[in-house]
Design a protein around this ligand. Structure first.
Ligand SMILES: [Zn+2]
Length: 74
C-alpha cells in the first residue's frame, strides 16, 4: 500500500471502442454491471450504483474509474 497521498482508489478500464451514448461499467464496490450514459466521451462524470448506492467517478478520457476507499467499519 502507498500510504496517505490520495484518499481514493482507482483502476483502469478498457472501453470497447469509441464511447457513444452509453457504456457498461462494472461497479467498483459490488461489481454489478451498470449501464451509464456518456455525456462527454473525453470528460469526467460521476455515477451512483443502483445496487449498492456507491458513488464513483469515471474519467472517460483517461479510461480510469476513481472511487472512495470503502469504509472499514461495520
Ligand atoms: Zn455497486
Amino acid at each position: 500500500m502507498f500510504g496517505g497521498f490520495d484518499d481514493f482508489l482507482m483502476y483502469e478500464i478498457c472501453f470497447p471502442g469509441a464511447i457513444t451514448g452509453q457504456t457498461e461499467i462494472t461497479c467498483p464496490y459490488c461489481e454489478t454491471l451498470l449501464t451509464v450514459s456518456v455525456a462527454d466521451p473525453m470528460g469526467v462524470d460521476r455515477f451512483a450504483c443502483g445496487e449498492c448506492t456507491g458513488e464513483f467517478e469515471v474519467d472517460f478520457g483517461e479510461g480510469i474509474i476513481r472511487y472512495d476507499r470503502p469504509a472499514d467499519n461495520s
